[in-house]
Design a protein around this ligand. Structure first.
Ligand SMILES: Cc1ncc(COP(=O)(O)O)c(C=O)c1O
Length: 368
């Protein structure tokens, strides 16, 4: 008998999503104006504890706008972890600035503050910590470095909705921060993103740029080359409904993580830990195998059992467009070649986790 497939991610849209989307359709407010855009921005700000928010069409353009709002452009360098999703690096490139890749910490898999220090030059304008897979970066160290060298901090929180550092939500430490609401994110709008800041001017700049650079007091008058990076009312309607259930989603992921840890504890895998002083939101639950040679056979074994997984991201400095100044980032490379993301989503049950853990155990029985 064939087994039911366990996807890597499946959003739960069973709350008020349909009701709110139908309201958009019934009222014909389907474009980027309408009550949900504003409500989603207000409720999101309240939820993470930040003063100003601007919805955008995805997490990549959120980063682009955050960089532009800070005036980052050609000739500037932005320090970013090499172990991240490609959008963090690409957004820096869109501005004409250069991404400077640094290594990760062995324990938390997050940007290594000592390696950040080693890569500061006269051209460095900003540091972009990425809270990877739902774990928080060492914000105290990064804020200290940013302060000492007068650098901007842009937090990429695409994978870290629900993540806390010393009791505060990530995204509230930097000058400006961004979130993604792609279909596999902890809360989703299908495609979507948010730029957040406690600095009103920065969010006003982001708003100006996301709406084609429209001048405030004259119709059809544009005073900068802007973009259409707006979120629709329909997306925001879904986002608001998702936000209503955010605590439930995050609580469930944290419960699943504990189940995974219990079920995997006797196996030769290392689970992504929750660092001291943080609340890990487990966007994905991730493990490391002991040697890189085991990784792909284990993934193949799980795929054959209808369990979808993902490899950890390839480090950016190994990709063709970013490998010109190749230097070794040994920790990030080691994590990347050994890491696997396992399913972690709202409807995933304890039975699913047990099936995944049993399947991993079977693999190691066959390949001791
Ligand atoms: C770390 C990181 N940054 C940025 C993004 C970009 O977000 P989006 O896919 O919404 O453009 C993602 C998306 O998955 C991400 O994981």
């Amino acid at each position: 008998m064939s087994k039911i497939r366990i996807p890597i991610y499946q959003p739960d849209l069973s709350g008020n999503e349909k009701k709110y989307v139908n309201e958009c359709l019934d009222s014909s407010w389907i474009s980027s104006r309408g009550r949900f855009v504003n409500e989603f921005e207000v409720q999101f700000a309240r939820m993470i504890g930040v003063n100003h928010t601007a919805t955008v069409s995805n997490g990549t353009v959120a980063l682009h706008l955050a960089l532009l709002a800070l005036g980052i452009g050609p000739g500037d360098e932005v320090i970013v972890p090499t172990l991240t999703y490609v959008a963090s690096a690409n957004a820096i490139s869109y501005t004409g600035a250069t991404p400077v890749f640094v290594d990760s910490l062995r324990d938390t898999w997050q940007i290594d503050p000592d390696d950040v220090r080693r890569h500061i030059t006269a051209r460095t304008k900003a540091i972009m910590p990425v809270h990877l897979y739902g774990q928080a970066c060492d914000m105290d160290s990064l804020m200290r470095i940013a302060d000492e060298h007068r650098l901007f901090l842009i937090e990429d929180c695409a994978e870290a909705f629900g993540t806390l550092y010393k009791g505060r939500h990530v995204g509230t430490f930097g000058d400006i921060s961004t979130f993604s609401f792609f279909g596999n994110k902890t809360i989703t709008t299908g495609e979507g993103g948010m730029v957040v800041s406690n600095d009103k001017t920065l969010i006003e700049r982001a708003r100006h740029l996301k709406g084609q650079g429209l001048a405030e007091h004259r119709e059809y008058w544009h005073d900068v080359v802007g973009y259409n990076y707006r979120m629709t009312n329909i997306q925001a309607a879904i986002g608001l409904a998702q936000l209503e259930r955010a605590d439930e989603f995050i609580g469930h992921k944290r419960m699943l993580a504990q189940r995974y840890r219990d079920a995997l504890q006797k196996l030769p895998v290392e689970c992504h830990k929750e660092a001291e002083d943080t609340i890990h939101s487990y966007w994905m639950f991730s493990i490391l195998v002991e040697n890189p040679g085991q990784r792909d056979p284990l993934r193949k074994h799980l795929a054959d059992e209808e369990i979808e997984t993902r490899p950890l991201f390839y480090p950016m400095h190994t990709m063709p467009m970013y490998s010109k100044n190749y230097r070794k980032c040994p920790v990030a490379e080691d994590l990347a070649w050994r890491g696997i993301n396992l399913p972690s989503w709202p409807g995933l049950s304890n039975q699913h986790v047990e099936r995944i853990a049993d399947s991993i155990a079977n693999f190691f029985n066959k390949h001791p």
